[in-house]
Write a protein that binds this ligand. Sequence first.
Ligand code: ATP
Ligand code: MG
Length: 449
Amino acid sequence: MARIQTPQRIRGTQDIFGEDQRRFAAVLETFDRVRKLYCFQRLEIPIFEATGVFARSMGETSDVVSKEMYTFEDRGGDSITLRPEFTAGIARAYISEGWQQFAPLKVATSGPVFRYERPQKGRYRQFHQIDAEILGAPEPAADVELLVLADQLLKELGIAEGVTLQLNTLGDAATRDAWRTALVAHFEAHKGELSEDSLARLEKNPLRILDSKDPRDRPIADSAPDIDAYLTDEAAAFFKAVTDGLDAAGVAWTRNARLVRGLDYYRHTAFEFVTDRLGAQGTVLAGGRYDGLIGSLGGPETAGVGWAAGVERLAMMLAEPKADAPDVVVIPVGERALAAAPTLLRDLRTYSISADCAFRGNTKRRMTLASKSGASFALIVGDDELDRNEVVVKTLATGDQQAVPMAQLDRFMRTLIFAAKLGADAEQIHNATSEGFSIVGNALPPEAE
Ligand code: ATP
Ligand code: MG
């Protein structure tokens, strides 16, 4: 008989579980909480788009478009691409859904993105990003809002230590053209010393030579003229408004005059939050202003600014989050209790008490399982308890046990769980269950009996 070949995970994809999943979830939960504090609306967009959406918005010469896209022909013969990032799809949605009416529009999203890269630590073919954008706001206040959001996110994730916000300006169109001309003249003068890659960039994308990692390019890139001498008054005022806003909000930043974006529609602010903790993969969050993008896609001229961050890279930097522990574990003892367990479990969960059930092995083993689960309490139900319409509540940390009438269980448990969540010690929990609860218990309205 032929052996069935076991299925394999596709190279560069991930099955995220256990501790990795907890880190991953912590990033997404924190992002969702913080984006609400800044009043960014959640948005969902398709995982695939017409290939042209990405090719036009990210530029044919970018690494992503020229060699990393997952592009295929669908059954209708259309060229489709799995999204390698969010900004292009959001810009496309803004145009096709007519979202100008909502401008300025603050949106946030997250999910899988796809790039055909060589997989290695922290680098996948299906990875995940969080993304925040403000569309239709040409004001520097929008840049500030996004940067302060990013800063608070990193702080709330507990990973701001060792992370620096690097900031640059690419000026307005006039600034950029003048600077570009000066850069090209400088690079032309050193043509003989540039790497092959940078020679190609000189034709298509000269700004990108500035952030080349090739050691042959570095001295020439480092001695290239800064943008500052070419900034128009408007562009200088814009940059100052951004840095003043950051200072007012207490966000630390440093100027990196070599931080650029290659495409023509990038304007003004460019930024990266960079860490010294992840080796070569040091950028944890990156973005900038792209005022020309929506217009270049055929939409109305619309300002835009935004950022994206890799969820896996943020997750790698987190301290390990605690595993979810249930509030209680129900231990049914005997056939009748087992039959009654679904009702009890449903009731607990309806009262927002998280509950698991230990139904395998002898009672001792079930108690061990309950302790291992990290639950604070075990609810033991046997024939005697069922006859008396009671449950035995055991505080696992102390071994304290108390029989509680079924009808009062929800109040009792909520008092207990609340005390435990407030960090009550064993004695306080003991008091809450005896005196504390009996007072509440005595005051129970008759219908609770
Ligand atoms: P890099 O220089 O590392 O390739 P990039 O410039 O391609 O990064 P962006 O397009 O700015 O990255 O994407 C934003 C973030 O997404 C990055 O800062 C990084 O955290 C994450 N990221 C990019 N590519 C990958 C990948 N293949 N696997 C995991 N995370 C990634
Ligand atoms: Mg890349």
